[in-house]
Design a protein around this ligand. Structure first.
Ligand SMILES: Nc1ncnc2c1ncn2[C@@H]1O[C@H](COP(=O)(O)OP(=O)(O)OP(=O)(O)O)[C@@H](O)[C@H]1O
Ligand SMILES: [Mg+2]
Length: 508
C-alpha cells in the first residue's frame, strides 16, 4: 500500500505565538485517493495545508512528496513539484481579468510574447469544463463570490499536478456547481491524481472522499475509510464528545407569526436583468429563508433591502412605510443589518483585534462622555466568544490570525451584538463547523423568539429546513414559490429550487 503513497507526513508540528496549531500530525495519501481533512474551526486544517504548500515553515517532523523528502520553503517550489492548491481565502487579483487570473504565472508564450488569444480561449475552456460560460475578459472582482471560487478552481486545474488540495473550495458553491467539481475530481482520481479535500459539509465528504483524516485541536484524531465510519461517529470524533445533541434537530414551527405585524415588505422589485418583480413579506420575529440557485438574485435582493443598492424599481416598506431615498445609514438607524457573504472584502478588518471588530456596530452605545466604557465592551466580547465559541487566544488578538471559520463567527457576532430588528444573513454559516453551526442556529432561533426578524439566505438546504418558519424560493429573479410549516422538507425545497412545484401538485 504505502509504496503507492504520493504524500507522507510524519510527526509534523507547528507553533504560532500562544497557539500550538499542530502537534505531531502524521498522514499518508495514496495516488488516486480522495482524502477528506476535517476538524472543527481552528483545528489546524489550513495550517497543515499551508505547511504542505510551503507557505508556513514547520518546526518538527518530515514530509515526503512523490517519493522524495521535501522541506518546502515557498509555494512556488511545491507547485513545481506538483502540488496545486485552492486556498480557503480565494487569492485572485481583483484588477485583472478572469482569463488573466486563471493563467497568472503560466501564460502561454508565442513568438516570445504572451499569447493573449490562447489565454482567452484556454480560460473559456477551463470554465466550460466546470459548466460555466462567462465573459472571461471582465475583471474578476465583478463576479459573484461563487464564480470567483470557480475561477480559482479553474486556475488550480490548469496545472499538471500530482496532488490537488482544496481548502473549502465548495464553501460558496451550490449543489449544482459542487456536482460539477465532483465530476472533475472523479476524473482526476481515475488518472491517479490524489486530492485532499476540506469541507464542513458532511454530505460532501461522504459523496466524494475515500477516506478521512480528523484533526482535533491540532492533534490527529484518526484516519478512517469513509466506508467504515458513519456521520454520527465522524462528528463525534471531530468534536470530541457524542454528536447526538447537534445532529439534525428540526425547530418547532411557529404558528403565531401570521398575527405579527409585517416588519419589512418588498413589492414588485425589479432590477435590470437580475430581478423581475419580487414580492416578499417578513414579519416580526419570523425567520424567512431565501433559497435558490447561484445567480437567482438572493444577494441582489438582500442589498436592496439593506439600502446598499438603490438602482431598482418597486417598493421597499419598513413598518408599512415606503422607504424614500434608501441608504445603508438609514437602514442601520432603522435597525436593519446585513451580514454579507463575502467576509474578506465586505466584512472583517483583518488587522484589527477581535474585540474591535466585534464591537464596531455597538460602539455608539458604549460611549459615555466621549469615552468607550471598556468594561462593558469587554463583557460583550466575552459573551459572544462564549456564546458561539470563537476560538481565539484573547479578545485583543488580530482577526488575521484566527482560522477562517472563526473570522466568520466574529462578523456574525458583530451584527448580533447590535440587537437589530431585522437581520439579513447571507450564507452566515459558510465555512463554519457543524458544532458551531448548531450553536449559531440556536442563537438565531433565540433572537427570533425575542422578536427579531431574520432573512436567511443559504445554499444549504438542510440548514434552511431546520431553521425557517417560511422559505421563499427565488428563480430567475422572482419568487417561484413559498413553503410554510409542515411543507418545509428537503425534498419539497429541492424540487422547488429545481423548478417543480411539488408542494402544490402533491407528491406521489
Ligand atoms: N498566521 C497565524 N498566526 C497565529 N495563529 C494562527 C495563524 N494561522 C492560524 N493560527 C491559529 O492556528 C490554529 C489553527 O488554525 P487553522 O486556520 O489551521 O484552522 P482550520 O482547521 O483551517 O479552521 P477553519 O475550519 O476555521 O478554517 C487556530 O487556533 C488559529 O487561530
Ligand atoms: Mg481553514
Amino acid at each position: 500500500m504505502a509504496e503507492h503513497a504520493v504524500l507522507r507526513i510524519r510527526d509534523v508540528s507547528k507553533q504560532f505565538p500562544g497557539v500550538k496549531a499542530l502537534s505531531h500530525v502524521s498522514m499518508e495519501v495514496e495516488k488516486g485517493e480522495v482524502r477528506a481533512l476535517m476538524g472543527e474551526n481552528g483545528a489546524g486544517k489550513s495550517t497543515l495545508i499551508k505547511i504542505l504548500t510551503g507557505i508556513y515553515q514547520f518546526e518538527e517532523g518530515e514530509i515526503e512528496f512523490d517519493g522524495k523528502r521535501v522541506h518546502p520553503k515557498s509555494a512556488i517550489e511545491m507547485q513545481r513539484l506538483g502540488v496545486s492548491t485552492i486556498y480557503q481565502e480565494i487569492n485572485l487579483i481583483p484588477y485583472l481579468s478572469v482569463a488573466e487570473n486563471i493563467y497568472i504565472g503560466k501564460e502561454p508564450i508565442k513568438h516570445g510574447r504572451i499569447d493573449w488569444e490562447q489565454v482567452k480561449k484556454g480560460a473559456e475552456e477551463a470554465l466550460r469544463d466546470l459548466g460555466i460560460s462567462i465573459d472571461v475578459t471582465q475583471k474578476i472582482n465583478q463576479l459573484s463570490t461563487a464564480l470567483q471560487q470557480m475561477a480559482a478552481i479553474a486556475r488550480a486545474l490548469q496545472t499538471d499536478a500530482k496532488l490537488f488540495i482544496m481548502d473549502e473550495a465548495t464553501s460558496s458553491l451550490d449543489k449544482r456547481e459542487t456536482q460539477r467539481l465532483f465530476d472533475v475530481i472523479r476524473n482526476l482520481k481515475e488518472r491517479g491524481i490524489a486530492v485532499i479535500f476540506v469541507s464542513h459539509r458532511m454530505d460532501e465528504l461522504f459523496q466524494i472522499c475515500d477516506s478521512v483524516t480528523i484533526l482535533k485541536d491540532g492533534e490527529l484524531a484518526g484516519t478512517y475509510k469513509m466506508a467504515e465510519i458513519n456521520h454520527h461517529t465522524l462528528v463525534s470524533k471531530m468534536i470530541g464528545r457524542d454528536a447526538a445533541e447537534i445532529i439534525g434537530q428540526r425547530k418547532q414551527y411557529r404558528t403565531d407569526w401570521e398575527q405579527k405585524p409585517v416588519m419589512c415588505e418588498v413589492k414588485n422589485i425589479r432590477k435590470k436583468t437580475r430581478l423581475n418583480g419580487v414580492n416578499l413579506k417578513i414579519r416580526q420575529g419570523e425567520i424567512v429563508g431565501l433559497a435558490g440557485l447561484l445567480g437567482s438574485g438572493r444577494t441582489e435582493l438582500a442589498k436592496i433591502i439593506f439600502g446598499e443598492d438603490t438602482a431598482y424599481e418597486g417598493e421597499v416598506l419598513i413598518d408599512g412605510e415606503k422607504v424614500h431615498l434608501p441608504s445603508v445609514r438609514k437602514s442601520i438607524e432603522r435597525g436593519i443589518v446585513y451580514c454579507p457573504e463575502d467576509r474578506k472584502t465586505e466584512g472583517v478588518f483583518l488587522g484589527m483585534s477581535v474585540e474591535d471588530n466585534l464591537t464596531i456596530s455597538v460602539l455608539r452605545s458604549l460611549l459615555r462622555g466621549g469615552f468607550v466604557q471598556t468594561k462593558k465592551k469587554k463583557a460583550i466580547v466575552e459573551e459572544y466568544i462564549q456564546k458561539i465559541n470563537i476560538k481565539t487566544p484573547s479578545g485583543s488578538t488580530a482577526v488575521r490570525s484566527l482560522s477562517g471559520g472563526n473570522q466568520q463567527k466574529v462578523i456574525l457576532a458583530r451584527w448580533l451584538a447590535g440587537k437589530p430588528r431585522l437581520i439579513i444573513l447571507d450564507e452566515p454559516t459558510r465555512g463554519i463547523d457543524v458544532g458551531a453551526k448548531a450553536e449559531i442556529e440556536k442563537l438565531i432561533q433565540q433572537l427570533a423568539r425575542e422578536g427579531i426578524s431574520v432573512l436567511y439566505i443559504s445554499s444549504e438546504i438542510e440548514e434552511l429546513v431546520r431553521g425557517c418558519d417560511r422559505i421563499a424560493v427565488l428563480r430567475e429573479g422572482s419568487v417561484f414559490g413559498e413553503l410554510f410549516g409542515e411543507e418545509i422538507t428537503s425534498d419539497n425545497l429541492l424540487h422547488m429550487i429545481a423548478g417543480e412545484d411539488t408542494a402544490k401538485t402533491g407528491g406521489e
